[in-house]
Design a protein around this ligand. Structure first.
Ligand SMILES: CC(C)(COP(=O)(O)OP(=O)(O)OC[C@H]1O[C@@H](n2cnc3c(N)ncnc32)[C@H](O)[C@@H]1OP(=O)(O)O)[C@@H](O)C(=O)NCCC(=O)NCCS
Length: 231
């Protein structure tokens, strides 16, 4: 690799505080570890996201394709100030979220993808992402857009996000909304869950290996009963 040219191609990065791992007890009693990953863990995530690109249901295809590209770009140092948090139950990947810092003050929510459904895993991971921007990256606001009706319901409606007139989110043409610090702290008691520190044995288990289901299982988990949904 031509490192001289590579230094030009690699974007500069703002200093970013790490996300402190936490554990969320789900409605089933399962414990989901939420933790940041580093670039070396991206390839295994890409393997889990790839099958979603073929799933039309609930716009998994659009979100999966974009998340795949964003994580690949981050791994190869082609995106500025990005991070990714994952949710794992017993080491198994159940969802992922990513975002980035547009500037010191403004955060960008990129994508949220739940692989295991019906447990508000996506909602918890999105809340963790908002927590990261506001409490750990100490940002003033987060810009958010929705690409699916489920996303719109989970973010815009559940958080009463503020519509931004005349602002375009970097994901494109849909309406841009924002979460301010004030709105975050108003919603926090209702929507941001989990406890810290994450018990060391759970964290070690999660870090040891990101276990991913095979394509068939991932598709069935996302689409519900076998064959019930158009893929
Ligand atoms: C949006 C998303 C992150 C929300 O994740 P979540 O909070 O874990 O919620 P789920 O996806 O499990 O469920 C959402 C709703 O669909 C229902 N649902 C749909 N398919 C389901 C399935 N196979 N199993 C269980 N529930 C299902 C749930 O009952 C739930 O209804 P509710 O809102 O009344 O609770 C997730 O649906 C997702 O990854 N969607 C595809 C990508 C996407 O749209 N991302 C957001 C872009 S803005």
């Amino acid at each position: 690799m031509d490192m001289e040219l590579e230094q030009i191609l690699r974007p500069p990065e703002l200093p970013m505080n790490p996300y402190p791992p936490k554990v969320i007890t789900l409605a089933t009693g399962n414990k989901m570890v939420v933790r940041p990953i580093d670039r070396s863990e991206v390839p295994v995530l890409l393997k889990a996201i790839k099958p979603t690109i073929k799933i039309e249901r609930d716009f998994y295809d659009v979100v999966g394709a974009r998340l795949y590209a964003e994580l690949l770009g981050w791994m190869k140092h082609r995106v500025r100030n990005e991070y990714c948090l994952v949710g794992q139950i017993d080491g198994v990947l159940v969802g992922a979220v990513n975002g980035r810092m547009l500037s010191k003050k403004i955060g960008i929510s990129l994508h949220t993808l739940a692989i295991e459904r019906g447990l508000r895993i996506g909602a918890h991971l999105f809340a963790s992402k908002m927590e990261h921007h506001i409490e750990h990256l100490n940002q003033h606001e987060v810009w958010i857009t929705a690409e699916s009706p489920l996303g719109f319901r989970r973010w815009m409606i559940e958080y009463s996000l503020i519509k931004q007139e005349g602002v375009q989110h970097e994901l494109g043409g849909a309406e841009s909304f924002k979460l301010t610090r004030e709105l975050y702290y108003k919603n926090k008691p209702r929507l941001v869950c989990g406890s810290r520190p994450c018990p060391p044995e759970l964290l070690e288990h999660a870090k040891k290996e990101i276990i991913i289901a095979d394509e068939k299982t991932i598709t069935e988990q996302i689409c519900g009963a076998k064959g019930a949904w158009k893929i």
